[in-house]
Design a protein around this ligand. Structure first.
Ligand SMILES: [Fe+2]
Ligand SMILES: [Fe+2]
Length: 254
């Protein structure tokens, strides 16, 4: 017999992923409704959200499919339980450290893509900056915000060329949107331009599988430069506390 998570021959990968997800949700005894933003594009966001599979009450609080977060979660807990593989940011921060950059820049490199790793990809520089603004020197969050735009513009004077990878990712006819151009122009003339530019310089795409990088190497730098709230990220009433809570409870019904 074919189980619900093993559809018969001919099922596409996406059918199988859907079946697996439905089975996991059925096992939960909770009804999980995804936010419109999670599925917009795959479905028309102006149409009613389809009724969720599963049974029981709607999901509130901890989603049992995810690792439970401590009551006062730290940045390390998010790296461990909610962010995807950190190799890219660890390698960037290591690169910055070896280049003799200041702790502020090393921290900026370490956190520059946390939105991609754990929240939202599109406009990740802006989201990432907002997530950490309350806990770091303003220059760090500023640099992260503007790396979003600077990535797309070469600066030969410091050896930054338009990334090869972007031609593969977006095609050679791709042009950044007007707001990205506007923010690039603004950042280029700002006193912290080089801080943000440094993120792009250390933003290495290729990962050496033999490189040994670990968050443990950055514990001290984080300790000195990231003001971890004693209530935990998500519960200190900062302007971005709700973003951290959404990462803790991504499937909360309301
Ligand atoms: Fe980035
Ligand atoms: Fe990056």
């Amino acid at each position: 017999m074919t189980s619900p998570i093993e559809p018969g021959h001919g099922a596409t990968l996406s059918d199988r992923a859907d079946a697996l997800e439905h089975q996991m949700i059925a096992d939960l005894d909770r009804r999980v409704v995804k936010s419109v933003i999670y599925t917009a594009g795959d479905r028309d966001p102006t149409q009613a959200v389809p009724p969720p599979p599963g049974a029981g009450h709607f999901m509130m609080g901890d989603d049992p499919r995810l690792a439970k977060m401590p009551e006062n979660p730290t940045l390390f807990d998010f790296f461990k339980h909610r962010f995807g593989p950190a190799n890219h940011v660890l390698q960037s921060a290591t690169h910055a450290l070896k280049a003799g950059q200041s702790e502020k820049i090393v921290l900026a490199c370490l956190l520059h893509d946390i939105s991609v790793a754990g929240f939202i990809r599109g406009d990740h520089g802006y989201w990432g900056a907002q997530m950490i603004a309350a806990y770091v020197d303003e220059e760090v969050s500023w640099a992260i915000k503007y790396h979003q735009a600077l990535r797309f513009f070469a600066d030969e004077s410091v050896g930054y060329a338009y990334p090869e990878a972007y031609i593969r990712y977006f095609g050679d006819a791709y042009e950044p949107e007007p707001y990205i151009k506007r923010d690039y122009e603004y950042a280029r003339n700002h006193k912290w331009y080089m801080s943000s530019r440094s993120i792009t310089l250390h933003d290495v795409y290729s990962f050496d599988p033999n490189a040994k990088v670990s968050l443990d190497d950055f514990v001290d730098i984080i300790g000195r430069n990231f003001r971890q709230p004693k209530e935990g990220l998500g519960f200190d009433n900062s302007p971005s506390a709700h973003i951290w809570r959404t990462i803790i409870w991504p499937t909360k019904f309301l």
